[in-house]
Write a protein that binds this ligand. Structure first.
Ligand code: FAD
Ligand code: SF4
Ligand code: SF4
Length: 398
């Protein structure tokens, strides 16, 4: 419920920020009409806190009208002027996982795209399983902005009432999802590594207590049930080209004054040499067992010969063998390359959780009982400092 209290002095600031023209000034007082989606934008802007939204206790809410599994479509810049933005791969992973959830719930899988311009994204979204695509185009959506995107997202959720809502656990998703959850007064499970349906509810699994146990979380009182999922965790399904989705065009009036943060300048960070291990097809990773920074360099050569990227355990990063951008694992990057070669890594659960989705894992460790061998397809018990250069020599000969 939304109410304007007697504190209102009729300054009118709340009128332009409402994306749905739900505020009118009548007799010099703000009056809110039925177009209101409870997005909260006017609450934030009112200098006198004259607008109050009260929400029902979660356990008292009626969940019957909530249907559909929603996936937030994240766009990333390409640097190419003709195609400046493309869909981030995590979106397709979420659609692949979301498809199974939607089938089990017998509900629609919907993709939600907020952008300045629709550049024909529907084809790909449909191919990865979306039944419906909500598209909201607006000039103010030219780049991600917390205030604007969360306001629009909240209003779409209030309008269409999905039962499940998934975001990538990316910088953007980790910023947007909690804002939306707080505005809607619902829960959010961050960094899920598994999603399923149990008794009609979303079963959200994620590592807890430093990765030592897996927690299964249900949100019986929350609608939508919201989760973020790390990139490279969910298996990508095969796209079905030619599969089409229903496009639903949404509209909203977005006022510039909602944007509290303005980006003045962008600079690319080159820490880690601009490395992107999350998309690498081949990763040659090293751990504490590599002993020194100099010896760790053996892996650089090997990785170059294989056309791959160097990864590292947290211990190797802490010891300064490699920059943080190369760290694989729970507090680093989750990867799923075709080939993951590990040298001198024990296989702690926090490391495994970030690389176990790799197609083929080859581990080298001098301890035959090292846990890394439990997830490796091929294991070599031996000295990494001997095996890495020998492998490099063999590759050079080829
Ligand atoms: P160690 O566990 O010390 O293992 C070294 C291995 O090298 C041993 O198995 C040894 O047998 C082998 N070895 C030694 N010499 C040789 C040799 N000459 N040849 C071959 N093998 C040799 N870790 C991560 O990696 N990524 C994360 O994102 C991450 N996040 C974490 C988050 C939390 C909240 C916590 C609590 C921990 C996290 N960790 C993470 C740390 C993790 O628990 C381990 O401490 C770390 O992964 C160990 O790194 P390591 O395998 O390189 O070192
Ligand atoms: Fe009234 Fe606040 Fe709106 Fe100003 S911003 S008109 S004080 S409700
Ligand atoms: Fe306020 Fe949002 Fe409702 Fe408009 S839609 S009146 S901005 S809460």
């Amino acid at each position: 419920m939304i109410e304007v209290s007697k504190k209102c002095i009729g300054c009118g600031k709340c009128v332009p920020v409402c994306p749905f023209a739900a505020v009118n000034m009548i007799d010099k007082l703000a009056v809110i009409n039925e177009a209101c989606t409870l997005c909260g934008a006017c609450v934030q802007i009112c200098p006198l806190q004259a607008i109050v939204i009260t929400r029902e206790e979660a356990s008292h809410r009626d969940h019957s009208g909530f249907r559909g599994v929603w996936v937030y479509v994240e766009l990333t810049e390409t640097g190419d002027k003709t195609h400046p933005k493309k869909i981030k791969p995590v979106t397709f992973e979420l659609l692949s996982a979301g498809r199974k959830l939607a089938d089990e719930l017998k509900e629609d899988l919907c993709a939600v795209l907020l952008a300045d311009k629709d550049r024909g994204y529907a084809k790909e979204l449909g191919a990865y399983g979306a039944d419906k695509i909500y598209i909201l185009e607006h000039d103010e959506l030219f780049e991600y902005n917390t205030d604007i995107f969360s306001t629009v997202m909240v209003s779409l959720v209030n309008r269409h009432k999905p039962s499940v809502m998934l975001y990538g656990a990316t910088i953007q998703g980790r910023d947007l999802a909690p804002r939306v959850a707080a505005a809607l007064y619902v829960g959010l499970t961050a960094d899920c590594t598994g999603l399923a349906i149990k008794d009609g509810l979303l079963l959200q699994s994620r590592p807890a207590f430093g990765g030592n146990i897996m927690a299964d979380i249900l949100s019986p009182d929350s609608r939508p049930q919201m989760a973020t999922v790390r990139p490279n965790v969910m298996k990508l399904s095969e796209p079905v080209h030619g599969r089409t989705a229903l496009i639903v065009r949404e509209a909203a009036k977005i006022d510039k004054s909602l944007r509290r943060v303005k980006v003045l300048e962008r600079k690319m960070s080159h820490g880690g040499g601009g490395v992107k291990i999350e998309n690498a097809k081949i990763i040659v990773s090293g751990g504490r067992g590599m002993k020194t920074k100099e010896k760790f360099r053996q892996l650089e050569e090997l990785s170059k010969l294989l056309g791959g990227v160097v990864g590292a355990s947290r211990a190797a990063v802490d010891l300064g063998f490699k920059e943080k951008a190369h760290q694989v694992g729970q507090s680093g990057t989750t990867v799923s390359p075709k080939l993951y070669l590990s040298f001198g890594i024990s296989g702690a659960v926090q490391h495994i959780v970030g690389m176990k989705a790799s197609d083929v894992i080859i581990a080298v460790n001098r301890d035959p009982n090292a846990p890394i061998f439990n997830v490796a397809k091929y294991g070599i018990v031996g000295d990494a400092h001997e095996i890495a250069p020998r492998l490099a020599e063999a590759l050079k000969k080829k």
